[in-house]
Design a protein around this ligand. Structure first.
Ligand code: UD1
Ligand code: MG
Length: 452
């Protein structure tokens, strides 16, 4: 843990030009969660004295997601150096006296793989070396867009050259800026004052404070860390690579905890997916946010689950869709082309084929026949369907909500149920069958006669 308190500034105001998106870059999800949320998670255990997130104008969504950290608006965003200046002003008004802070940790909102251990290590390293600035570096396979570290002969950090400003020789430098800086708090103001916009992008680069510090004779250092933890996301292609990495980690964690993924690379998990031990997930399954699956349950191929709770021993799919509020108790079977939304299916209930169950309660052991639909929506409002335990709903039944079917009742196939059905009653609500012996032959003869 840190010895003297530190404060954190998280930069998230950039417009994310390269994403070509209406959504702020840091709100783009990885494994179903905005990328900035991962960063905030990594920071939280270190209990910074204050944390300020710098957001752009209109980025209220970002401000909401980072609570309890406070946000400050950088308007207009003039570069990462300008963002830190904005953040520092906000910090000063929150911390009294500002001098009580040992260092300021600057993080970029688009580096979601940072770990708490890495941050802790960087803070400790700055204190140990008394560097005015300590920066995390990495050697990614493709150093392309990252700022290049120019080292002095003694191995200390001389300056950081942004990729856009680097000459051909500097472009070949493999050690690049991973985007985490620890800066001695008492120096930060004067270092930021030394920044200018004299560069290709015409922005105040935070990275230039290394040059400013060296000019003042202050020592700066680079610490090399594994690239995987420092990856930055600037484009949709990088977002996809990051998603792939996140998925690999989540699949591995699921398997390590006792879950069988038959074809792991085809299963997509959310960061909060909870799969108990001995769950089996067949190929091509997607777990959106908010899914919990109990032990021994089997999720069969091509199923899509979000906001759903699946009980122990349940079987879902193939081709099932569980939407938010779906709760399947133990040993429930939900089969192909069945959709469940805001509905609870009691233990052992079955809906095995071609069914929609929405805004409903289905009692334990009840069997829902193929093609059953809860007609829950009249175009304006949603209504409940309540079915008791041990009932039998025949195939192709329309349950026009609000409606109740009592425990043990049988509803005949093809019924349109508009009134409540009493417990243990048989309800048949369909057109009467009329049979006319021999009529088919007569019809055929008549039609043949017409055509000849
Ligand atoms: C930045 C670094 C680069 C480093 C890389 C690591 C600079 C100038 N360059 O480049 O050396 O290798 O990160 O990932 O710092 N932001 C603001 N306000 C602004 C501009 C940006 O808050 O005015 C935020 C962005 O929302 C983003 C972060 O700062 O979260 C970094 O900005 P970005 O444009 O992604 O910088 P890079 O080009 O990736
Ligand atoms: Mg970036």
């Amino acid at each position: 843990m840190s010895q003297s308190p530190f404060a954190a500034i998280i930069l998230a105001a950039g417009s994310g030009t390269r994403m070509k998106s209406a959504l702020p870059k840091v709100m783009h999800p990885l494994a179903g969660r905005p990328m900035i949320a991962y960063l905030m998670d990594a920071l939280r255990p270190l209990s910074p004295a204050a944390a300020v997130v710098v957001v752009g104008p209109g980025m209220d969504g970002v401000a909401r997601i980072v609570v309890p950290a406070e946000s400050v608006v950088q308007d207009p965003p003039l570069g990462t150096g300008d963002a830190v200046r904005t953040g520092l002003q906000a910090l000063k008004s929150r911390l009294a006296p500002a001098g009580s802070i040992g260092e300021v940790l600057v993080l970029y909102g688009d580096t979601p793989f940072l770990s708490t251990e890495t941050l802790e290590r960087l803070l400790a390293e700055r204190r140990r070396t008394s560097a005015a600035i300590l920066v995390a570096g990495m050697r990614p396979a493709n150093p392309g867009p990252y700022g290049r570290f120019v080292l002095a002969p003694d191995g200390t950090l001389e300056r950081i050259v942004e990729a856009a400003d680097a000459g051909p020789e500097e472009q070949t430098i493999g050690l690049v800026n991973g985007g985490i800086m620890v800066i001695e708090a008492s120096r930060l103001d004067e270092l930021l004052d030394g920044l200018d916009r004299d560069n290709v992008k015409g922005e105040f680069y935070l990275t230039d404070i290394v040059r400013v510090a060296r000019r003042k004779g202050l020592p700066c250092r680079a610490v090399e860390l594994p690239a995987e933890g420092l990856i930055g996301i600037n484009t949709r292609a990088e977002l996809a690579e990051a998603e792939a990495l996140m998925q690999r980690r989540l699949r591995r964690a699921a398997m390590d905890s006792g879950v069988t993924l038959i074809a792991p690379e085809t299963v997509f998990l959310s960061e909060d997916t909870q799969l108990a031990h001995d769950v089996v997930v067949e190929p091509n399954v997607t777990f959106g946010p908010g899914v919990t699956v109990g032990e021994r349950a089997r999720i069969r191929s091509f199923s899509h689950l979000e906001g759903a709770t699946v009980g122990a021993g349940a079987i879902v799919g193939p081709f099932a869709r569980l939407r938010p509020g779906a709760v399947l108790e133990e040993d429930v079977h939900v089969g192909n082309f069945v959709e469940v939304k805001a509905a609870r299916l009691g233990a052992g209930a079955k809906a095995n084929h071609l069914t929609y169950i929405g805004d409903a309660e289905v009692g334990a052991r009840t069997n829902i026949g193929a093609g059953t639909i809860t007609c829950n929506y009249d175009g304006f409002n949603k209504f409940q369907t309540i079915i008791g335990e041990g009932a039998f709903i025949g195939s192709n039944t329309a349950l026009v909500a609000p409606v109740q079917v009592g425990a043990g009742a049988i509803v005949a196939a093809g019924s349109v149920i508009t009134r409540d059905v009493a417990p243990d009653a048989l309800s048949i609500a369909r057109g009467q069958q009329v049979d006319k012996p021999g009529r088919a032959t007569k019809i055929r003869a008549r039609l043949r006669g017409k055509n000849s």
